[in-house]
Design a protein around this ligand. Structure first.
Ligand code: JFZ
Length: 439
């Protein structure tokens, strides 16, 4: 049970709130969570996993909605879910080979099917399917073994639960009764979240999605966020609501777009002070899609990672495992390729922050201490001019080979003369050592 805060405490919070700038987290963020945010910023690369009953049909995670599958038929489909080849060790080993530092997995997507053991509904992988195992439990244990943090995607939107009522913009054709009890639905979610934050050891955070289905509903967020923070003070809240961050939230996440860009049409251009993340599909689908072969190349994926880091953001790169529990070979290959690149260039990505030069057509910069990494992604010439870095460059070398890079500098800026080779690399990284600004 949550203890109700005293009236005095509520009044205190209420008087403090208006003085906070929009998008800023309240001062009350405890040290554990601040440390977790730093860890998260340093991580820079995560693996997103969309996996559920929908994977069986190989048409993405929205198939229930897109094909208007009624609840009863989908419930039958769920009885056939039996991913006998699922092996948490394979998945986490792949994540390690890819160089990701965390995994974010769908514990429950919009279809409402729980991919974990829960007492809140029988509509879960343990009680409803012949598989009977709890893949989250296996994954959590394996992540702990291999040093990967586990984040849980949790859909607030539900196309199956009768109490998801009144309906929002989706889930209207699943044949549910035209009545329900919204507060019971919110209680149901809180029970599940309490289970997720109690039964699986330390969780990196919760990645919420689906509020956009009912933007005007009372989602009781302060209550739910407080529950999460009370159960695991270091767990981060990552909301995919595409708005400026709300109190209690820790990360601003952008979907299919680098922060600031809005090609998807639903991302905000307001960038606040919180850690940033960009979620990205490898092809065009989140859930397994058997006919979607429109894969980005490994070079494109590396460039996304670099472009994100240059904007001070993490990349959360998605895979949609198949219904038998295996990872599609196209995804496997690409993740390993990115991992091979990171094995060489990781030092210019992990633990860095967005660099002093804002994103340019030629590429981006990242930084750590007195070092600036110049990521040359697209530049045909040998000579590349940068704006002033505010201090002198005392050394310049190519990251991978250590080759010297000639530098001329003035008040106006720095000109680099790049070596001739390396044009076939997805990213040519120049390491600039700056004279310390503190004197
Ligand atoms: C959401 C999910 O619907 C999707 O299945 C996937 O999990 C992705 C990571 O997140 O995608 C959205 C969310 C909101 C909008 C579009 C896609 N929107 O507001 O248009």
């Amino acid at each position: 049970m949550t203890r109700a805060p005293s009236l005095a405490a509520l009044l205190l919070v209420a008087t403090l709130l208006p003085c906070r700038a929009v998008g800023q987290a309240p001062d009350t963020v405890p040290p554990e969570r601040l440390a977790a945010r730093q860890w998260y910023r340093d991580a820079r690369f995560g693996m997103f996993v969309h996996w559920g009953v929908y994977s069986l049909l190989g048409q993405g995670e929205w198939v229930m909605q897109n094909r208007e599958i009624p609840v009863g038929a989908y419930e039958w489909l769920a009885t056939t879910f039996d991913p006998v080849k699922f092996d948490a060790r394979d998945w986490v080993s792949l994540a390690k080979a890819a160089g990701v530092r965390y995994i974010t997995i769908t514990s429950r997507h919009h279809d409402g099917f729980s991919m974990f053991a829960t007492r809140a509904t029988r509509y879960n992988i343990v009680d409803w399917t012949p598989f009977k195992r709890d893949p989250l439990r296996e994954l959590a244990a394996e992540c702990r073994r291999q040093g990967i943090r586990l984040f849980l995607y949790y859909s607030q939107l539900d196309w199956h639960h009768p109490d998801y009522w009144p309906r929002g913009s989706t889930g209207r054709n699943s044949g549910r009764p035209e009545s329900g009890d919204w507060s019971r639905y919110l209680d149901f979610m809180d029970v599940q979240l309490a289970e997720l934050l109690t039964n699986y050891g330390p969780i990196g955070g919760v990645w919420f999605d689906g509020m956009w289905d009912k933007p005007d509903a009372d989602w009781r967020l302060p209550h739910t966020y407080a529950l999460i923070h009370r159960l695991q003070p270091a767990a981060l809240i990552v909301p995919n609501h595409h708005q400026a961050p709300l109190p209690g939230e820790d990360v601003q996440t952008f979907e299919q777009d680098l922060p600031g860009a809005n090609t998807a049409g639903f991302n905000t251009d307001q960038i606040g002070q919180l850690p940033l993340e960009t979620s990205l599909t490898m092809n065009r689908s989140w859930g397994f899609n058997i006919t979607d072969r429109d894969y980005k190349t490994p070079q494109q994926l590396v460039r996304y990672l670099v472009e994100a880091a240059g904007r001070d953001a993490n990349l959360l790169l998605n895979v949609g495992p198949r219904p038998d529990g295996t990872i599609p070979p196209e995804a496997d290959e690409r993740l390993r390729e990115v991992g091979r690149w990171l094995a060489t260039y990781g030092g210019s990505i992990y633990g860095t922050r967005g660099g002093p030069i804002p994103p340019r057509d030629w590429g981006v910069t990242t930084t750590r201490g007195d070092t600036v990494f110049v990521h040359v992604l697209a530049w045909p010439d040998r000579v590349l001019s940068l704006p002033s870095l505010g201090t002198r460059v005392i050394a310049a070398r190519m990251f991978a080979t250590g080759e010297r890079v000639a530098v001329t500098q003035s008040e106006a800026g720095v000109t680099l003369t790049l070596p001739t080779g390396g044009k076939d690399e997805p990213d040519r990284v120049v390491v600039l050592t700056l004279a310390s600004r503190r004197r």
